[in-house]
Design a protein. Structure first.
Length: 293
């Protein structure tokens, strides 16, 4: 079961959240037919969105991460609800690049570095809170770390990873965000930085030792304890009613042209690829609703 585990250390001066998301990323891979590189890019973004989204306290709040780096993968989008359940897509799900010289997937090359990472929090108010930073590497975790520091003024370290198996299924996926609270001493910061520098590769830890090992390695030398464990999954909230609402933004004249063709149309959800079919009669009834608005 995928989950987020939260812990505190050093008398509350350190907060850490770990996510395991193997099933979530595998579900995204199956839905979108993702290549390994596209899967790594989207999977990392889904994990980051889930960690940030689950931290929101407002009921029904949503958080969206959108990355546009100018690379061949196009836009990468992940949306989380306040429980950490996520959905997402990439513009070019079949994007694949040669492995880097170190044998790893070239996520940064696929995403690109000439663009922005944008985080939008919809708290149910009139306007969402939006923050953006220029991309640092396109590798997702480094860019999210920069966002947390520059846009939210929270010193943080973020690691995100996806391990694709030989049969292209997801063998491991997840990551962590560790943050320092105001007043943290320099010695505490230095120790934490050393721990992160010395830790094993993220996906190796998740695959071989599990999420608890991430806490043990990152928080080595600190007294720490877990404060909560929360299940998360890939979850889409699309419905026929939501698709109908989306169709109402089409210009009535364009809708008339579609109706005149006398054929059913299918609308696909970009997050889960579920298709919704509408007959000319249903479109005509929808058009009348639009005219009354």
């Amino acid at each position: 079961m995928d989950k987020i585990i939260r812990a505190t250390a050093a008398d509350g001066f350190i907060k850490m959240a770990v996510i395991t998301a193997k099933d979530t990323v595998e579900r995204a891979r199956q839905i979108h037919g993702l290549s390994p590189t596209a899967c790594a890019a989207l999977g990392r973004t889904l994990c980051g969105a889930s960690l940030l989204g689950q931290a929101m306290k407002e009921e029904k709040a949503t958080l969206t991460i959108r990355i546009n780096g100018g690379g061949p993968i196009g836009s990468v989008v992940a949306v989380s609800d306040c429980e950490g359940n996520v959905r997402g897509y990439v513009e070019n799900p079949r994007c694949e690049l040669p492995l880097r010289s170190d044998g790893k997937l070239d996520v940064g090359g696929a995403v690109g570095r000439d663009g922005m990472l944008t985080v939008s929090r919809d708290l149910g108010m009139r306007e969402p809170y939006i923050g953006s930073v220029e991309l640092v590497s396109g590798e997702i975790a480094e860019d999210l770390t920069t966002y947390l520091l520059e846009s939210e003024q929270v010193p943080s370290a973020c690691a995100l990873g996806v391990l694709v198996d030989t049969d292209l299924s997801i063998r491991a996926a997840g990551g962590f965000i560790v943050q320092l609270m105001p007043g943290a001493e320099d010695a505490l910061i230095e120790k934490l930085e050393d721990n992160i520098f010395m830790m094993d590769q993220l996906t190796t830890v998740l695959d071989e030792d599990g999420e608890e090992a991430l806490f043990r390695q990152v928080l080595a030398g600190f007294d720490w304890h877990t404060v909560g464990e929360y299940p998360v999954e890939y979850r889409c909230y699309c419905s026929r009613e939501r698709v109908e609402q989306a169709l109402t933004v089409i210009d009535p004249k364009e809708l008339d042209e579609i109706i005149a063709e006398g054929k059913d149309i299918s609308v696909s959800c970009q997050f889960c690829d579920r298709e919704y079919s509408f007959s000319p009669e249903e479109l005509q009834a929808l058009n009348k609703k639009i005219e009354k608005i």
